[in-house]
Ligand binder design. Structure first.
Ligand code: SF4
Length: 208
């Protein structure tokens, strides 16, 4: 059984460009699958098996075939997100509606970010990233208008959910504005913590 850290390293070693922040983010979300709630343990929720296979071939062209097959099998057997059950599809739509380009990588990343949002830690941690700064870079690259809208440096998950509430015209906040809200410390502030790759429960079986 590979740990998230081991799987992350395997993927980055197999990457076409291991310094590319989008590739790093996709690797982190795939590697963190075993840390997510059971219904979101697909490597990247929301993608069909063939689309996921294309992602693996494009982003990690040097991945050993056994590992490729194991990840495809994990994607295939994972339950598909049900739009009526939670906010996954709403998050995906929010991100997709703010894409800079109609390209497959933006779709893959939108699915990856939405998948990681289903875990309970800071988003950068749940994406298996080494820092919050890198999360900002990857969001700015693919969803620049959404990234720019978070000009108060809100915590990213809080920011996305606030956008969903605003879109639905749901007024869940207890204050008329953030500046006079007693919950500011919950929504703003540093998203400090260690990368989750530092933790090492088993992720998923790989043969490499
Ligand atoms: S700080 Fe208060 S008003 Fe602003 S998003 Fe958070 S809960 Fe809502």
């Amino acid at each position: 059984m590979a740990t998230p850290a081991t799987l992350n390293l395997q993927l980055l070693a197999a990457a076409g460009d291991p310094s590319d922040v989008t590739t790093i983010a996709l690797a982190g979300v795939i590697a963190s699958a075993g840390l997510r709630p059971s219904e979101y343990r697909a490597p990247i929720a929301g993608l069909g098996v063939e689309e996921f296979a294309w992602l693996l071939e494009s982003e990690f062209p040097f991945l050993e075939w056994d590992s490729h097959l194991a990840l495809r099998a994990a994607q295939k057997k994972a339950p598909r997100p049900m739009s009526s059950l939670d906010e996954f599809s709403d998050l995906l739509a929010l991100l997709w509606d703010h894409r800079a380009e109609d390209d497959t990588r933006s779709l893959w990343l939108a699915c990856a970010v939405s998948t990681a949002c289903m875990s309970a830690n800071h988003l950068w941690q749940d994406m298996g990233l080494p820092s919050r700064h890198m999360l900002g870079d990857v969001l700015a690259s693919h969803f620049p208008a959404l990234h720019a809208r978070n000009d108060g440096d809100m915590k990213w998950k809080k920011f996305f959910y606030k956008q969903l509430c605003d879109r639905a015209e749901v007024h869940a906040c207890r204050a008329p504005s953030c500046t006079v809200c007693n919950d500011q410390s919950l929504c703003f502030g540093a998203e400090d913590g260690l990368p989750l790759a530092a933790m090492a429960p088993p992720a998923m079986a790989l043969h490499a």
